[in-house]
Design a protein around this ligand. Sequence first.
Ligand SMILES: C[S@@+](CC[C@H](N)C(=O)[O-])C[C@H]1O[C@@H](n2cnc3c(N)ncnc32)[C@H](O)[C@@H]1O
Length: 214
Amino acid sequence: MLHRLARFDRPRTAATGVMQRVYDRAASGWQDGIAQLGFLAAYDHLMAQVDLARPAQRVLDVGTGTGAFATAWTAHHGQPKHLTLMDISPAMLDIAAARLPYADTQANALGDKVQTPPQDVVLCAHVIEHLDDPSLALTWLFDRLTPGGTLVLAMSRPHWCTALVRWRWGNAAYTPTQATQMLRAAGLQDITPHRFPGGPPARVSCGYTARRPL
Ligand SMILES: C[S@@+](CC[C@H](N)C(=O)[O-])C[C@H]1O[C@@H](n2cnc3c(N)ncnc32)[C@H](O)[C@@H]1O
C-alpha cells in the first residue's frame, strides 16, 4: 500500500531544533496555561469517549509536553503496563516525568528512527500541526501501532481564534474533514472526530480516534 512506502524515518531538520528551544522555554508555564484554557477538561472529555476492546498494555504519548494527554488517558483507562512519553523538549519531558513517574521517557522527535515495540494505543495532542508534512507524520504514528491498535489524536482546527494561536506558535490547522482524509490516507480506519464540548478547545481544536486495521 502507498502509505506503507512513504516512510518518514529521516534526519531531523533545523526547524526541530528551533521548536525544541521554543518548547523548552514554554515548559514551566505550560501546564497552568492549558489548564486555564480548558484543555485538561477537553482531554478528559475525549478520553472518556475512547472505547477499547481490550485493556492497553503499551501506550505511547508523542509530543507529550507536560504529560497532560497521557494523564487524561490514565485517569479513564488506568495505568498501562508500559507508558512511554516522547518529546523533543528535555524541559517538557522533565515535567512530564515528574507527573507520571512510572513512565519511560524518550527524547525523540516524531519521525526519528526509533525502536518502539508495537503500541496498543498511541496518543498525540497538538503536534502534527507543527510538522512540515502532516501526512507522513500520521504514517509514522500508524507504524508505531500494533494491528488493531488505537490512535487518539487532538489537532488544531481553523477558527479565527486559531489565527491568534498560530501567530504565537506557527502551527497549521485542519478541518475535521481534512484530518479524516489524512488519517484514512495514512491507513487508519474507524476514524471518528470528537468535538470538544466548549471553551477555547471547542473553537481551536478537535479530537479524533482511529484504528490500525487488524
Ligand atoms: C502544543 S505542545 C502539546 C503538548 C501536549 N501534547 C499537550 O497537549 O499539552 C507540542 C509538544 O510537541 C513537542 N514537539 C514538537 N515537535 C515535535 C516533534 N517533531 N516530535 C516530538 N515532539 C514534538 C513540543 O516540544 C511540545 O511539547
